[in-house]
Write a protein of this length. Sequence first.
Length: 564
Amino acid sequence: MTEKTTSLLVKSLKHVLQKDIASMSLIKNVALSEGVDFFVADSKENVLWGEESGFQFQQELTHESIVFGIFKSKSDKGKYISDLIKLLVQKEFEKKKIGKEVLNLYREINMIYGLSEMISEKIDTKSIAEIALQESSQIIGSTHGLFLMYEPDEDKVFELASFGDNPDSEKNIVEQNEVLKNLILKGSSAIVPQERIKDNVSLQHLKAVMYAPLKVKHRTLGMVILGNKEKKEFTAAELKLLTTITLQSAAAIESAHLYQKGLKEARDREEAIRRIHEVSQKFVPSEFIKSLGKQNITEVVLGDLVEKEVTVVFADIREFTTISEGMNPEENFLFVNAFNNRMGPIIRKNNGFILQYLGDGFMALFPKGSQYAIRASVEMHKALQDYNKDRVAKKRLPIKVGMGMQNGKLIMGITGDIERLDAAIISDTVNTAARIEGLSKHYGTSILLTQECKDKLTDPEEFDFRYLGPVQVKGKQKPIELYECINGDELSLLNHKLMTLPTFDHAMNLYFKKEFAMAAVTFQQIFKMNINDKTAKLFLNKSAHLITQEINDSWKGVETMTTK
């Protein structure tokens, strides 16, 4: 530290005498007024001012007992100039010292920021440990480093990363497991005193040691130990910096653990779905084969196709992730199988077939039209209501399913290559049906259909509907008119909707006439009668919101959906 201070004082002396124009001018003027010639050299006798020629007065230039230069003059009048030079040098020294401290602080901040960026990109703990040690050694100046972790389940301290020559490191960690564990759990940082370093066999190759904990929230994950084989005293500032680095490292490691845990859970769920798909997608429905004019799958060839008008139904198990999280892969498989076993027969009974299983749902086709599609959808919901009674009795979560459908033309055929054939359909009808199923979540309906489906009904009196207005879905140029079929709802909700059907239609008329206040009041009356009427609540909120908005003349009540 003394050498650095001396060097900085000498630099300040050179700056005052050789570079600082204002200081040089002041010194010259004082020397001229006193009629004094003088000579100045630094502490290494390098001449900085004047020529030595028999000067009688001599004085050391000092700061806090540190000699940084020699002043000489012909008389003791030179003392005034010597004191002036000392004063100017001291001010320059303080300025340089502050500047250096600011620069060091900037470097530390920049290092910490850089460290944060580097470790945030890593998702494995070993890489985080290696980066933390590398950065610590560079800014703190250490020759040895050890990144230790504590595993509570095994009550074991182990090395995650290290640098420098650490003789018998693994053996020492095992032998001092209890000591290291206690230090880690204590969660404090410290500079190890010299006597403790000498007394510890595993540290005797070092001259300086300090450590800091890897703390996150109220837990300590491990610790980082830094050492230097040269004679060096770690400072409180360096210990503070190490503590900052270990805090960042601990947070990164905790995030990595959470990420890996989440990744494993996601992979487990994906594996469960993949297994379901592997089983479900091995078979091409016989109805699909018959639609191509073939009797069995051995008759189909690549390129077989037919154009048909059908009703496409998408079904989705609501909150499937929540339900599946409580099950292992086999239970997931059995759960979806049980669901499909109940739905499949109902679809076939109504002249439809499942073309594709989607893990948490399916896509079904009804070649005979929407009358059969809606009938099947209503029956499936009623079957689910019975199934849910059994699930609730077994303290399992009830299942809710959303269904959306569209009617239109599509191409059914066999695609792929000579080695791998697959049943495929190509049509905008399929895309629209998928969008309608997605919209059933937004509208809070169990069965949602388009105007095209309703218009194609052969016996519309069989079902009850509520008109929900037009919607503009992403990727479509024209709005789609939507209807809710209420016959699949649970009995209490169905009776409520049947009883309030005229009121709901009236509220919708008020809504599209821009009479939002009255519409809101009417929807609120319906919602108060049954808080499970999510569709009424949706339009209540929309009406209440539109009361405060400026509505232009072109407003037609089209709901715009910006996502698929």
